[in-house]
Design a protein around this ligand. Structure first.
Ligand code: THU
Length: 132
């Protein structure tokens, strides 16, 4: 699948990043199962721990709009390298990722790599574990 458009949307989300403390701007774009795209950015806080990552902003927007299944999520940080999702975001992606969901790491507008959740979070703890 061509994820150029989703990466471009992640860059659009990045424009709204609020990162006065780290100066590290991140953008994300979630492709929901019904085809809708939700963008997100990191939102920092003077109380650093209250910071929200770009991926979670985008995912929470999708969930709060009623879209429960993520087909793909694109993430962009610095433009000269790939920015991988942090551990907390990997866990949140795992909660809502549809089977075979893809995680796209963008470097430039048309340069990206595609990963699976199993590659980024092998042996994930999920809701199925709660029923064991
Ligand atoms: N950040 C994200 O938005 N996503 C990640 O997966 C990695 C980290 C943000 C959080 C913080 O605002 C800044 O990058 C530096 O950690």
């Amino acid at each position: 699948m061509d994820y150029k458009n989703l990466v471009s949307k992640a860059f659009e989300g990045r424009k709204n990043a609020y990162a006065p403390y780290s100066n590290f701007k991140v953008g994300a774009a979630v492709l929901a199962e019904d085809g809708k795209v939700y963008t997100g950015c990191n939102i920092e806080n003077a109380s650093y721990g209250a910071t929200n990552c770009a991926e979670r902003t985008a995912i929470f927007k999708a969930i709060s709009e009623g879209n429960r299944a993520i087909k793909a999520i694109a993430i962009v940080g610095v433009e000269n390298d790939y920015t991988y999702p942090c551990g907390v975001c990997r866990q949140v992606i795992a909660e809502f990722a549809s089977k075979d969901a893809e995680i796209i790491l963008g470097k430039g507008e048309s340069e990206y790599i595609v990963k699976t959740l199993d590659e980024l979070l092998p042996g994930a703890f999920t809701k199925e574990d709660l029923n064991k």
